[in-house]
Structure formats: structure tokens, C-alpha cells
Design a protein around this ligand. Structure first.
Ligand code: ADP
Ligand code: ADP
Ligand code: MG
Length: 670
């Protein structure tokens, strides 16, 4: 076995490989860019070498620097992870030339599968079934158009050198073909430096089912069963599971054997994935082979109880495959959810920013002990709280992987795990994943690549969240922050002039961030019994802060709720009952305090109606004198003078509707 290897990657996969190294007593070397000096993967390895600037082109793709780092640190082998250099034959070649083991397949196998078109020709020769289409060398535009017309629409154009869905264009009609071809070629040339295309019949409602294969240097080759990765957005996977639901034993074997035949056809060595597209109950066609470890490999580890990185390392140093086909067993069901920093409602655009608050469910990070691969919940993550999701790299935050005795158990576990994920900072797809997982088609195992699009309406419909509970916790956190009293120097003082039965009230003005709507609650401490009034309902209100970070609890009437509130400036991120909600505290005093600096502007903290004007132009007021009373959502709010002065102008009268932020009167501060 190797003594030391270099991991030519970053993020969760670099951490994942480092964990297996640790377990096997192999020293690990990280490489990092300017943007990653403090990254988790650097800490996960025993040593680290800086290789360049933030962009991948300046760092993770500069293979001469990576090889120099391996030489300088005495690493005997390089694990490329996925993405970056993992399927780059020049890099594999350069490793070989430097006498360093490339932990992956032989250069020729990468080359053979690197072109989707050439790979299809090889697969055809090996009798692996192919999607009907054209993958010839002749790239004449008119010939391509004729091929597409003959196939019948819709067709799918793909960049032959492609990956990551780049360049793919669905063409519905003959008259759209030429334009789609030009745009596919443009994207292919800019992404892969090669504009060769192939055409496939575009299958409707297909499933993406892939087979994990492994081969050693001695001619052994096995399949580690299948994964269904049909749930995709923009032709990219978001949820994966193993085994693929609904495959008969016979079909499973047929697909496994076809995948092994594909691997053998290119003298494959190491871990690889043969992707098939399926139609109907049992038709499957070769799509492409990924000559590397796959992002979704953990679900295979969960159901086989194996560590695939360990297998990669053993095979790379010449050992035979640890198990034979007959010894490989499937156990239970596993599902992976990719948690991305992205904006599902905005076409899944990536989102960036600092992970101000990051809390993952109880689970193991892939690490010590062979049994960990079967832990019920596993988290593969490449970031920690405080890290930043930058535009430079893949915006994945973490992979959540669960295992259950069967699919139903795994689903329930996934749903629970997703409900425990808390992220503040970039937008994420957590809520969206939760909706898919609990949706009827997904939970019923009715999978195909169009699932997200077809169910767009239900997956994006507004959901009802536990609003009162979240509000109670937000108020709890706010009142805790303010010391829970309205006396002394508290800002509430200036604004709470309502005396109700000798007690006092405080208007807590909020903005619901998700819906951008203003609302308010009234907190009253009337003798010994605090109450909170919202939307016309007044309830007894008690609250406390818990032992753990950001933990709060509250009772509102008969409702008892606990959760976490992460306070980011004036935004209170509330996590309770499996839902995330955010309320921005409308700091009335801060609004009013502008008066002390400016010409005395006093603005409406929310849209509403003026119900009382207590002063007129010329009135001399003390700090705290009530000036105007507004009503919004059946709640009353008093706007008090932030400082002593003289009212010079009143801009609204009783009955007027005012907009959020409207200036209500002008005060000449003394
Ligand atoms: P897979 O085919 O393994 O399921 P995808 O097709 O989802 O992976 O990913 C496409 C590509 O995205 C990968 O081949 C890789 O280039 C890149 N990628 C995804 N996640 C990461 C990551 N954490 N680090 C680096 N590259 C990544
Ligand atoms: P990439 O290199 O981007 O992974 P693939 O060829 O693997 O490209 O295709 C990516 C995804 O596009 C598949 O998982 C599937 O959802 C969809 N797809 C590919 N080929 C077809 C096809 N012929 N018909 C319908 N969908 C397809
Ligand atoms: Mg693919």
C-alpha cells in the first residue's frame, strides 16, 4: 500500500479521500488555491501545498504544479477526485511520466471514453445497447440535419467531449435544428475546446440508471450494482439512490454485465460508472462512461458496506479486487441528496456567500471504522460554518446520505435529516429537496428525468409554515437580546407609551423576509403575566433560552415550541418544526434615531393607516412623547419622539394610508 498520496481536488471529495487515508494509515497531501488557504480539505490532510490563484485554471487545473507538489512532498500517487483533472488524459500521462501513480484508469481508457461519440462506436462493437442516434466523424451541418430529420424529433444534441450537461440542446422541430446546432457547438468549443457533436433520439420520460464497476490490473472486473439518478435539474443530478427501484434481479444482472462488458472493452482499471438511459420497464441503452469516482458513490458504499476509495487505492497499487462478484451483496436502500447553494425559484441559479450558520443533522462524517459506511445518516461536506461559497467552484455545500432497511425507511430518514439542516447565508435547495422527497411521485418511486419539470407547480407552490410558533421564537430571541425588560436604557422605552391597565406594551414590528410583508406583534407585560398579541389574538407568552447555541423555547397560549434562532444583525432566522423562516426586526428606534442626526425625519415602520395624530405643527415634545398612532394588520403602533424638539410639520391626517418608510412628520430636534 502507498505511504503517502496527494489529493488533487478540494471540497467534500478531498475531505472524503483524506478520511480513508487516515483510516488506512496513509499520509495525505492537500493542494489549495488562494481562495482555499483556510479550507476544510486543507485541515483534513496531513500537509498542504499552495498551487496558485483562485480560479481553477490558475490552480486545480495546473497539473505541472500539482505534480511538482507530489514530488516535493514525496507522494507516491495522486487521487484526482472528480471534476478538475479526473478525466484528463494528459494529466494521467504526465503522472505516469513523473513516475507517480495516477489513481484512476489507464490513459487509453480515459481517452477511449473521453469522447462520447468514439465511446459509442466502441460500445457498439462490444454489443452494448445504444440509444438510436448519430455519432459519426462527419460533422457537416447539412448531414447532421438530415440525420436528425431521419431520426424524428425530438432529438438531443450533445457535445461529444461534454460533461456536466454543457452544450446539451433538445431540438423539437426540424426548423430549429440549425440554430440549436450552432449554439451547442459554441458552448462545446468554449467549454471543452472541441466542437464535435453527436445526436441522439430524445427519449421521453426516461430514467437515468447507472452501474458502478470496478476492475483490477489482473483482469478482474465486477459491478457493484446500480444507482437511479433520475431526479435532475438542468440535466444535473440532485437526488440519487441505490439500488435503482423496481429492477428485477434479472435486469439488474443484465445491466451489470453490460457495464462490465463496457469496461472490459476499454481494458478498464479502477472505479468507473457506466451510465444507462432506461425506457419502459426493461429497455436500457449506454449513454456514457465516467472514468472516475462519481459524486453519488456513497449510496453504493451504503448498500454494499464497502469503502470505494479504499478499493481504488488497493487496485492502484496492484492488489486484486477485494471481493468477487458472488461475494458482493446488496443490503437495504440508500438515498443521497446534494445540498447546493442555489436558488431553486430562480431557475436553480447558484448562490454565493458566507455560511454564517451551518448545522447539519446528527450523523457521521465519513471517517474511522469500516462500519461507518452503513451509519444511518452520513454527511460528506467540504465546508464549515464561517466558510464562503465562492463563484470559483462547485456550489455544493454537502451531501446528505441515508441508509434504511428499505426505501420507505430511507425516505423517512432523509426527510427527517433534511428538516434538521440549517443554513444561513447563501440560498440553498434544502426546502426544495424536502419537497421532492415528500412528493408523491418520488416517494412512490415513479422516477424519470422529467420529474422536477413535470411537477414544477406543486414543487414550487407556497407552503404553509408554522408561523405563530416561529414568531414566538423570534420574539423570544429579540426579548432575550434586549434583556427582556423595557426599563432603563432599553430602546423599547422610547416607543412604548401605551399604558394598559397599568402595565405597558411594546410594539414588535417585523418583516417576513420570504414574502417581504410587514407585520407586528404587541408584547405586553401586565403585572406578572406577559402576553403577545398577533393578528387580533392575545395569548399568554413565556420564553426562555436553551443551553445549546441559538436555542430558544416559548409557550404561546397552549402552543409549546422549541427551536433555534440565529440572529444576523436584525434578521432573525428561525428554525422550528422542520421549517426555516426569517423575520427582520424593524428597529423603530433606529428609524426614529435618524431624527437625531438629520432634519428629524420620522417614518412609518410598515404600511398602514394613520388612526391618531397626537400633535400638531408647533407642538413642543419631550423625548418619548407619542406623536402618531398607526394601524397595520389590526394592530396599533405608536410612534414616539426620538428626542426632545418641536414638531414643524405633520404630513398625514387621520384615515390616511401610508406606505412603508413614508415620512410622517418633521421634528426640529432641540
Ligand atoms: P457525477 O457524474 O459524478 O454524478 P455530476 O455529473 O453531478 O457528477 O457532476 C458533474 C461535474 O461537476 C463533475 O464531473 C465535476 O466536474 C463537478 N463537480 C461536482 N461536485 C464537485 C466537487 N465537490 N468538487 C469538484 N468538482 C465537482
Ligand atoms: P453529461 O456528460 O452531462 O453527464 P449525459 O450524456 O450523461 O451527459 O446526459 C446527462 C443527462 O441528460 C442524463 O442523465 C439524462 O437525464 C439526459 N439525457 C441524456 N441523453 C438523453 C436522451 N437521449 N434522451 C433523453 N434524455 C437524455
Ligand atoms: Mg452523464
Amino acid at each position: 500500500m502507498f505511504n503517502k498520496i496527494l489529493i488533487a481536488n478540494r471540497g467534500e471529495i478531498a475531505c472524503r479521500v483524506a478520511a480513508t487515508c487516515r483510516r488506512l494509515g496513509i499520509a495525505s497531501v492537500a493542494v489549495y488555491s488562494d481562495a482555499d488557504a483556510n479550507a476544510k480539505h486543507v485541515a483534513a490532510c496531513d500537509e498542504a501545498v499552495h498551487i496558485g490563484g483562485a480560479t481553477a485554471a490558475e490552480s486545480y487545473l495546473r497539473y505541472e504544479r500539482i505534480i511538482a507538489a507530489a514530488e516535493a512532498t514525496g507522494a507516491q500517487a495522486i487521487h484526482p477526485g472528480y471534476g478538475f483533472l479526473s478525466e484528463n488524459e494528459d494529466f494521467a500521462q504526465a503522472c505516469e511520466a513523473a513516475g507517480i501513480v495516477f489513481i484512476g484508469p489507464p490513459v487509453e481508457a480515459i481517452a477511449a471514453m473521453g469522447s462520447k461519440a468514439a465511446a459509442k462506436a466502441l460500445m457498439h462493437a462490444a454489443a452494448v445497447p445504444l440509444v438510436p442516434g448519430y455519432h459519426g466523424d462527419d460533422q457537416d451541418a447539412l448531414l447532421l440535419q438530415r440525420e436528425a430529420d431521419a431520426m424524428g424529433y425530438p432529438v438531443l444534441l450533445k457535445a461529444s467531449a461534454g460533461g456536466g450537461g454543457k452544450g446539451m440542446r433538445v431540438v423539437e422541430r426540424s426548423e430549429d435544428f440549425a440554430a440549436a446546432l450552432a449554439s451547442c457547438k459554441r458552448e462545446a468549443a468554449s467549454s471543452f475546446g472541441n466542437d464535435r457533436v453527436l445526436i441522439e433520439k430524445y427519449l421521453t420520460r426516461p430514467r437515468h440508471v447507472e452501474v458502478q464497476v470496478f476492475a483490477d490490473q489482473k483482469g478482474g472486473a465486477v459491478y457493484l450494482f446500480d444507482r437511479d439518478c433520475s431526479v435532475q435539474r438542468r440535466h444535473q443530478k440532485v437526488l440519487e439512490e441505490a439500488p435503482a427501484p423496481g429492477l428485477s434481479g434479472e435486469l439488474r444482472r443484465a445491466m451489470g454485465e453490460a457495464a462490465v462488458a463496457a469496461a472490459r472493452a476499454v481494458n478498464y482499471v479502477g472505479a468507473g460508472t457506466v451510465e444507462f438511459i432506461m425506457t419502459g420497464a426493461s429497455q436500457f441503452y449506454f449513454m456514457e462512461m465516467n472514468t472516475r469516482l462519481q459524486v453519488e458513490h456513497p449510496v453504493t458504499e451504503m448498500v454494499t458496506g464497502l469503502d470505494l476509495v479504499e478499493w481504488q487505492l488497493r487496485v492502484a497499487c496492484g492488489e486484486p479486487l477485494p471481493l468477487t462478484q458472488a461475494q458482493l451483496k446488496l443490503e437495504g436502500h440508500a438515498i443521497e441528496a446534494r445540498i447546493y447553494a442555489e436558488h431553486p425559484a430562480r431557475g436553480f441559479l447558484p448562490s454565493t456567500g458566507t455560511l454564517k450558520h451551518l448545522r447539519m443533522p446528527e450523523g457521521v462524517e465519513f471517517s474511522l471504522g469500516a462500519d461507518n459506511s452503513r451509519a444511518p445518516v452520513r454527511i460528506d461536506s467540504g465546508v464549515r460554518e464561517g466558510d464562503t461559497i465562492t463563484p470559483f467552484y462547485d456550489p455544493m455545500i454537502a451531501k446528505l446520505i441515508v441508509h434504511g432497511a428499505n426505501r420507505a425507511e430511507a425516505l423517512a430518514r432523509m426527510s427527517r435529516a433534511l428538516r434538521a439542516c440549517e443554513v444561513v447565508g447563501p440560498h440553498t435547495n434544502v426546502e426544495f429537496l424536502q419537497r421532492i422527497v415528500t412528493s408523491e411521485p418520488f416517494s412512490g418511486g415513479d422516477l424519470d428525468t422529467g420529474l422536477i419539470e413535470r411537477h414544477h407547480e406543486t414543487l414550487f407552490a407556497p407552503v404553509k409554515k408554522p408561523f405563530r410558533e416561529a414568531l414566538a421564537l423570534a420574539c423570544a430571541a429579540l426579548l432575550t437580546r434586549e434583556g427582556g425588560t423595557a426599563h432603563g436604557a432599553s430602546p423599547w422605552d422610547a416607543l412604548s407609551h401605551w399604558r394598559l391597565n397599568g402595565g405597558y406594551t411594546q410594539t414588535l414590528a417585523w418583516r417576513d423576509v420570504e414574502n417581504d410583508s410587514a407585520f407586528a406583534a404587541t408584547f405586553a407585560r401586565d403585572g406578572a403575566t406577559p402576553t403577545l398579541e398577533y393578528a387580533g389574538q392575545r395569548d399568554r407568552f413565556t420564553w426562555w433560552s436553551g443551553k445549546g447555541a441559538h436555542e430558544y423555547g416559548a409557550t404561546l397560549g397552549d402552543v409549546h415550541v422549541t427551536g433555534r434562532v440565529f440572529v444576523d444583525g436584525d434578521v432573525f432566522h428561525v428554525f422550528c418544526l422542520g421549517e426555516a423562516q426569517a423575520f427582520e426586526w424593524q428597529n423603530l428606534l433606529a428609524h426614529a434615531a435618524d431624527a437625531e442626526h438629520g432634519e428629524g425625519r420620522l417614518t412609518a415602520p410598515m404600511p398602514g393607516k394613520v388612526i391618531a395624530v397626537l400633535v400638531e405643527a408647533g407642538t413642543v415634545v419631550e423625548k418619548g412623547t407619542p406623536l402618531i398612532v398607526m394601524e397595520a394588520m389590526k394592530m396599533e403602533h405608536t410612534i414616539g419622539a426620538p428626542a426632545a424638539g418641536k414638531v414643524s410639520e405633520v404630513l398625514y391626517a387621520v384615515g390616511d394610508q401610508v406606505a412603508d418608510g413614508a415620512q410622517l412628520l418633521v421634528l426640529d430636534v432641540e
